[in-house]
Design a binder for this molecule. Structure first.
Ligand SMILES: Nc1ncnc2c1ncn2[C@@H]1O[C@H](COP(=O)(O)OP(=O)(O)OP(=O)(O)O)[C@@H](O)[C@H]1O
Ligand SMILES: [Mg+2]
Length: 193
């Protein structure tokens, strides 16, 4: 991404994430993405999968209206920067699948979510693809007020990012400052009189 901040993979335990949604349809999203990795990348090429929760200063309604492209992803990264520094907005579950196969050219990455689109028709025909898997994944993610897009992996390959809202960020209790403390004491004294 042409932006200083980006998602980075870190080794560690996958966090337990709970969100309300249609479990079988959400499983379908993962199956379609992993199925594509099986179908379009060599068996010995590596894949990274990550999961995390991040706050972002964007509503699920606005997020789910954004087109599935890399510009929207940059917009989301900015909203996460604000969400993290101010502890505001919505907590989102973010799941990423990065493969290192042939990938999809940048100009075609947003098109893979169109129905019946196949980036390389001869390859897709040979591999038996009908061009519906990503369109279905997108409609499920949108129905959950989320966002999905494809970008380039580090090195070569395709990365799919799925973002799903969990719950609004709980505001942290602010520490009371000394001057506020004095004000409160004054108020208390007055009300006792
Ligand atoms: N991981 C990937 N690496 C390379 N190309 C991919 C990858 N995932 C998807 N594509 C490209 O995007 C196109 C659309 O994917 P999609 O899953 O929607 O359809 P499909 O796999 O062709 O068929 P279906 O999923 O309906 O069986 C594919 O035809 C392929 O060209
Ligand atoms: Mg597919």
């Amino acid at each position: 991404m042409d932006h200083p901040t980006q998602f980075a993979f870190q080794n560690g335990q996958m966090p337990q994430i709970e969100l309300k949604g249609d479990a079988s349809r959400l499983r379908q999203v993962v199956t379609n993405i992993v199925g594509n990795i099986h179908r379009y990348t060599p068996a010995d090429s590596p894949v990274e999968i990550s999961m995390g929760v991040l706050p972002a200063s964007i509503s699920p309604e606005s997020l789910s209206r954004m087109p599935s492209n890399e510009q929207s992803l940059r917009h989301l990264v900015e909203a996460i920067e604000v969400g993290q520094s101010m502890q505001v907005g919505m907590n989102y579950a973010i799941v990423r699948f990065s493969d290192h196969g042939p990938g999809v050219p940048p100009e075609a990455r947003s098109k893979i979510f169109e129905r019946f689109y196949t980036a390389d028709p001869s390859r897709a025909r040979q591999k038996g693809g009908t061009g519906l898997g990503m369109a279905i994944a997108q409609s499920v993610v949108k129905a959950h007020h989320g966002f999905i897009c494809a970008s380039g992996s580090e090195g070569t390959g395709l990365t799919l990012t799925v973002v799903l809202p969990i719950a609004p960020v709980e505001p942290k209790p602010q520490p009371i400052t000394a001057s506020e403390n004095r004000k409160n004491e004054k108020k208390n004294r007055k009300s006792k009189k």
